[in-house]
Design a protein. Sequence first.
Length: 94
Amino acid sequence: MKFLRVPLLLMSLLMCAQGFAATAQQNKMTTCNADASAKALKGDERKAFMSTCLKASPPQTQQDKMKTCNATAGTQALKGDARKAFMSDCLKKK
């Protein structure tokens, strides 16, 4: 009986932690909702804005940017200072 307590406790803690973690879609909904409120949109305008906002692709993460810029620099065969300058400019772009 004592051996069952610890695994059951651990499983219940893991399940609770998953319930509190916000998903990417929930975060996007929160952001879009805040933007719509900041623009004071109401009714059909708000619905249209929310639809467009939620369908938009998520912003590229820094890690994704790094991969993309690194791949581009590789295909251009950039080395040394030229590569550093390219990477700096590429990572600053939106």
